[in-house]
Design a protein around this ligand. Sequence first.
Ligand code: AKG
Length: 373
Amino acid sequence: MDYQLDLDWNDFLQRYWQKRPVVLKRGFKNFVDPISPDELAGLAMENEVDSRLVSNHDGKWNVSHGPFESYDHLGETGWSVLVQAVDHWHEPSSHLMTPFRHIPDWRMDDLMISFSVPGGGVGPHLDQYDVFIIQGTGRRRWRVGEKVAMKQHCPHPDLLQVEPFDAIIDEELEPGDIVYIPPGFPHDGYSLENSLNYSVGFRAPNAREMVSGFADYVLSRELGSHRYSDPELVEREHPAEVQPAELDKLRGMMLDLIGNPTHFNNWFGEFISQSRHELDLAPPEPPYQAGEIYELLESGETLERLGGLRVLRVGDTCYVNGEAMTTKHIGAVDAIARHKTVTKEMLGDALDDPSFLALLSALVNSGYWYFND
Ligand code: AKG
């Protein structure tokens, strides 16, 4: 399904992105759910899939984690099942991410889908990330509060909520409506009917994750072996003091590593192209020969990208799931990064180069791209 989002993106980015929450009424016209509640419930029964069940009865909150064996014990009110990274596991659902590619791919995270019965929800809470919550089937009341310092508490060890808040948005969403919520704005969805919600979530690294990720990169490549030295040392009055000039020199040693654009760009490409959720990898059996891939593309077949696979370009290098694609055919790998469906026209002359074809074969035989048959 080709989802068309009716939105003036320039206006949205200027007025709302990371600034203010907003309801985009009828963002998707004639919205068709890409998944049914039964299919979602089925996914939450799979081992590899990250899911939770949140219930609330008479003010008592409960959370359990999938995989679930049965839903028979659940009543008709007061619960929600939430499944993370459905774009990785359910191809039709992954199409819901495409209209949001006006925000750069590297900022995108995953598609979380929830099914709620009347009274179901996870309660008032806030997130560190931007999210577009799309209303699928059913009606749900969404309230969003002002971004102010709020006390958080855990009514259950696995559930972080905030105190009740005054709403700046209080609307009943209908199928195709979207509420956009920037980080830090408390929100609460209360289901009025059996309903499906699709959360297109974003990610943003913090400095702690980056320093730790960069340290791993430095260790794995054995960078930074150069040691502090001080041939200019002169006698000093205070033996226990580390002098400001020495601190500057030490800091400089660390900054030199991060300041090296080759290392920084390469590290960031590897770091940010890794998915935070498992991929549904199914390498083809038997693997393709390079010649078969050539023939299939020549005959008009297309290569489809695996749902949730992160393919990003930093400078002239493209990164796939944490690895650089090393090739001189920048235009071809750029097309692979830009388009979710790859045709032979997009690859151009690169297809005639055996080294590029070998690279492409390795990607297909890893299960990262596949031919639709
Ligand atoms: C979120 O994605 O931040 C939500 O609050 C969605 C929760 C839900 O669908 O119940």
